[in-house]
Design a binder for this molecule. Structure first.
Ligand SMILES: *[C@@H]1O[C@H](CO)[C@@H](O)[C@H](O)[C@H]1NC(C)=O
Ligand SMILES: *[C@@H]1O[C@H](CO)[C@@H](O)[C@H](O)[C@H]1NC(C)=O
Ligand SMILES: *[C@@H]1O[C@H](CO)[C@@H](O)[C@H](O)[C@H]1NC(C)=O
Ligand SMILES: *[C@@H]1O[C@H](CO)[C@@H](O)[C@H](O)[C@H]1NC(C)=O
Length: 338
């Protein structure tokens, strides 16, 4: 897995190290750090668009993580919890921008399955490692400065009015598996929205307008909406109802994020590029809200989703082991697991 934003997070902590020549192929210094600035990393800087540009250090960081049951005391009360290596949060993973991360996860919990998902990493053309079927961990969001114009011509527009249809999928039959088995009709509880490019190789955008008009108490509170597989550009984020037009959309240099707040009784209009075929989740990052219905899945450019042979074998084995184990699992599935 090639890392995107993840590394930036750790770079901030030891950026002098990097500008001292850690990144190969960095003969020319375009900028220098000073005692008060840390935004420059040789040929790269805080302003480099990591969507399109990344160094290759040729270095691989290999990490072993163990998922364990433990007792945590986060707020003054002890209670059972899941941890990485016995602590919450788990041990930090330190890598430089351009390194390859190889992470081995062992589940040592007695009676629950789990999967691990990476934040801040787009997993471009490697949907199979999104791992968000059952558990979603970690949270690193960021932004860079760039000039962008979101082109709204030929743009697919989707509207998601928050409802209470919970996303529930069969863990023995994840969406990708279903796609590879050529079962093109997704079960309703998978909450799938299909998105296809209509103009071949050209850059194409999709716009998702999420409206928070639920009559339940969900409508009266704000929700942190998180995207998998993409960053998105915030076209509008308002505390009023949407008038159905693009009048309120800011399309020149909008803010880029992978999580943004949907205001109470309001709407959020997000644009994203159709550049990463896969099955990707969009959900509120408060786990139980997600469980109550604030989650949907985009199946993007279905026919272009590919999984490398070796990866598929690993996935298939994991699924088979899961199928065999889950038949006798002590707990029944009670939500999407997101
Ligand atoms: C986590 O624990 C495993 C053994 O349980 C150990 O091998 C590994 O090095 C630990 N990982 C980190 C990042 O500390
Ligand atoms: C395992 O799952 C059950 C049912 O969801 C839950 O009650 C229990 O706390 C879980 N155990 C851990 C360690 O998360
Ligand atoms: C709720 O929203 C999801 C995602 O748009 C959709 O798939 C589902 O059919 C909707 N349910 C209802 C009852 O409108
Ligand atoms: C809605 O947003 C406007 C402008 O940002 C602000 O003045 C107003 O107080 C907000 N209303 C509510 C109910 O939050």
């Amino acid at each position: 897995m090639r890392i995107g934003w993840f590394f930036l997070f750790s770079l901030v902590a030891h950026s002098t190290n990097v500008s001292a020549g850690r990144i190969e192929g960095c003969e020319k210094r375009l900028c220098e750090n000073t005692p008060t600035t840390r935004g420059c990393w040789g040929q790269y800087s805080i302003e480099t668009n990591y969507y399109t540009t990344a160094p290759d250090t040729g270095n691989t960081v290999e990490v072993w993580l163990s998922v364990e049951e433990s007792i945590c005391n986060q707020d003054g009360y002890e209670r059972p919890c899941m941890t990485f290596n016995g602590t919450m949060p788990g041990p930090p993973i330190m890598a430089d921008w351009g390194d390859t991360l190889k992470i081995h996860v062992t589940n040592r919990m007695e009676s629950n399955g789990t999967s691990v998902h990476w934040h801040g990493v787009h997993l471009r053309n490697s949907n199979e490692w999104d791992g968000s079927r059952k558990l979603d961990v970690g949270r690193i969001t960021g932004t860079t400065v760039e000039d962008i114009n979101v082109r709204l011509t030929h743009t697919a527009l989707f509207q998601w009015t928050i409802n209470s249809s919970s996303l529930v999928l069969d863990w023995n039959k994840p969406t990708l598996q279903q796609i590879f088995d050529d079962e093109s009709v997704f079960p309703t509880p998978y909450n799938v929205v299909e998105v296809e490019k209509t103009h071949g190789d050209q850059d194409e955008w999709a716009v998702l307008v999420i409206e928070n008009t639920a009559a339940t108490f969900f409508g009266g509170i704000a929700h942190p909406i998180h995207f998998h597989g993409h960053d998105f550009w915030i076209l509008a984020q308002k505390n009023t109802s949407w008038d159905g037009s693009s009048t309120s959309f800011q399309t020149t240099n909008p803010v880029r994020r992978d999580t943004a707040v949907l205001p109470a009784h309001g709407y959020l209009a997000l644009a994203f590029q159709l550049d990463n075929p896969g099955a990707w989740l969009v959900h509120c990052h408060i786990a139980w809200h997600s469980s109550m219905g604030l989650a949907l899945e985009f199946v993007e450019s279905q026919d272009s989703i590919s999984v490398r042979r070796g990866h598929w074998k690993t996935l298939d084995q994991t699924c088979q082991t899961w199928s065999a184990w889950s038949k006798g699992a002590p707990y029944l599935q009670d939500d999407s697991g997101i």
